[in-house]
Design a protein around this ligand. Structure first.
Ligand code: GLC
Length: 577
């Protein structure tokens, strides 16, 4: 169980608790999407001060840490995943002082802060790229990206056949200063996101320095964007024929999950370890009395790989700490499929000694309340609302299942309110670059990025005093924090209770295995110490034994003479103590 303390008072006793160093192994980490969390200045866009003002909410929810999607200086071609200055805050989110205040305040609230690091590509407005263009052919800055002459008699064809994950070619031809068509550069995502050449030593130097910059600011970890993409196969070989790539697919590609990425992470780990634990920070700051410095700082990888076994490579003992389990995120609401992926994940993680890292929603995929409202097989970008009631029931059950598994879990802002995806956003408000390039493919991420409703009333339901950069549906008034707070059975209270039980029940989250119990078809049942979890994925009630005292349920559960009846699409937790 996490040793997190909400007590801001210096707690030197914590420094001696060995387990505290490994807080991340069973941590519940909340993803804040800064654009859409809370807007402090009424401009319709969330900001760091907004996040800071809502820290008490996150503390009361009971999470251990907060991961913030990028808030760095950026032209926002891909909602901040196109970084123009890795050491500056974009004015729309605030400034470095706001970041400092947020990190400090989070610690005072007993919360750790994880920031996003985007090392696969920069913005085309990053200093190096601007100079690479301005200095013309032969500029040494071009070697820090993938510039190549085109094929064909006049260089009119791209250097290879790779396609952008956002649709269209992965190459853009530049116009040289004299107006002539020039070289091409590689961008796996939007043209405004040129890929770095990680073979060039300056790139590694720059990112090691960026890591130190944010570590010195006091952050507790980094989520590494496109961690599987930094190294490209030697010679940038053609792919041959292939369907349009999914935004985040699991296919084997010459630009994803190349073995060379691991050397980079081994280097990064040594930097992090200099800061972690009880060692003195580089500024001579003593960890004495600062509870958050008694725990290690961490890396979590966004690494889409073909298998969980490949994912395990990223979390070997001398590399990263966690890697999102996207196979789990992509699994249908089906007991057998879930059981297979749970077993396979735990089996893959055990040999490397890393925790499984469960996740159901994030800013790139349709929220799980909407995924499970639709028939299986539609992928992770769904454009139909489906059966909302069913989706919410399953989403609540899925969350309780996830929070009962050994390892760490990530929660995406708004899922604790049971928010669905907004599937009917008007085209003119959409901002996902994939929407504009993708010819209908994987460009619907705006639907999970609609700002949070905090109150029943108000122009943006308490998101801010002004409007909201994406319109919120009026039905969200009743999904607001205000509408759900202290309401027994609400999704918000379910999350709060679940996180409370998780804190109070050491068998939850810890360990690296589950003991499956016999269960009817379509039902998952497992024991972990004195804790039992049952998930009924079927559309009808099932009867299971009385395991002990019911701790929490996502839906209706009744005890009868024959046992316990767990209603359709419901998870229940018991203690046998
Ligand atoms: C990651 C991010 C996604 C972004 C992409 C390019 O997948 O999660 O939002 O578009 O990287 O940076």
């Amino acid at each position: 169980m996490s040793q997190h303390s909400a007590d801001p008072a210096p707690n030197t006793a914590l420094a001696t608790v060995a387990g505290h160093r490994d807080w991340w192994r069973d941590a519940v980490i909340y993803q804040v999407y800064p654009r859409s969390f809370a807007d402090s200045n009424g401009d319709g866009m969330g900001d760091l001060e907004g996040v800071r003002s809502r820290l008490p909410y996150l503390r009361d929810l009971g999470v251990d840490a907060v991961w913030l999607s990028p808030f760095y200086a950026s032209p926002q071609a891909d909602a901040g995943y196109d970084v123009a200055d890795y050491r500056a805050v974009d004015p729309m989110f605030g400034n470095l002082l706001d970041a400092d205040a947020l990190i400090r305040d989070a610690h005072e609230h007993g919360l750790r802060i994880i920031v996003d690091l985007v090392p696969n590509h920069s913005s085309d407005q990053y200093e190096w790229f601007k100079r690479a263009l301005a200095e013309g052919p032969g500029s040494p800055l071009r070697d820090r990206y993938h510039f190549r002459p085109g094929k064909g008699a006049k260089g009119e064809l791209p250097p290879n056949d790779w396609e952008s994950i956002f649709g269209g070619r992965a190459w853009t031809r530049i116009t040289e200063l004299d107006g002539t068509p020039g070289e091409w550069y590689l961008h796996l995502f939007a043209p405004e996101q040129p890929d770095f050449n990680w073979e060039h030593p300056a790139v590694g130097d720059e990112f090691r320095s960026i890591l130190r910059f944010w570590l010195d600011m006091g952050v507790d970890g980094f989520r590494i964007d496109v961690a599987h993409g930094l190294v490209k196969a030697e010679g940038l070989p053609d792919l041959g024929s292939h369907d349009q790539l999914k935004l985040l697919g699991n296919d084997v590609m010459p630009f994803f999950d190349q073995d060379g990425v691991h050397a980079i992470y081994r280097q990064w780990r040594t930097i992090l370890d200099e800061y972690a634990g009880n060692k003195e920070g580089p500024e001579g700051s003593s960890s004495e009395g600062r509870w958050w410095e008694t725990g290690g700082r961490i890396f979590v990888a966004e690494a889409w790989t073909p298998t969980v076994e490949r994912t395990a490579n990223y979390v070997r003992p001398d590399e990263l700490h966690q890697a999102f389990n996207f196979q789990y995120l992509s699994t249908a609401w089906d007991a057998e499929e879930l059981r297979v992926v749970i077993d396979r994940t735990l089996d893959a993680m055990r040999p490397v000694g890393a925790p499984a890292t469960w996740v159901l929603s994030n800013h790139d995929v349709t929220r799980h309340a909407t995924r499970f409202a639709n028939p299986p097989g539609l992928g992770t970008q769904i454009r139909t609302a489906g059966d909302r009631e069913l989706g919410l029931r399953r989403a609540r059950a899925a969350t309780l299942l996830m929070l009962a598994l050994p390892g760490s879990a990530y929660i995406y802002q708004g899922e604790e309110l049971g928010l669905p995806d907004v599937v009917d956003l008007p085209d003119e408000v959409r901002q996902d670059p994939a929407y504009f390039r993708g010819a209908g493919q994987d460009g619907f991420r705006d639907g999970c990025r609609v700002p949070i409703p905090w109150t029943r009333e108000g122009r943006s339901y308490g998101f801010g005093s002004g409007g909201s950069w994406l319109p919120q549906p009026p039905s969200w008034a009743e999904l607001s924090v205000e509408a759900q707070q202290s309401v027994p059975g609400s999704t918000l209270e379910l999350y709060r209770s679940a996180l409370g039980v998780r804190r109070a029940t050491p068998d939850l989250g810890a360990g690296d295995a589950v003991a499956w119990l016999p269960a009817p078809e379509g039902v998952l049942a497992f024991r972990r110490g004195e804790f039992v979890c049952v998930t009924n994925t079927t559309g009808r009630p099932v009867t299971v034994p009385v395991y002990g005292r019911v701790l929490l349920t996502s839906g209706e559960v009744t005890e009868t003479a024959d046992g316990t009846t767990v209603s359709a699409d419901t998870t229940a937790w018991w203690t046998t103590a």
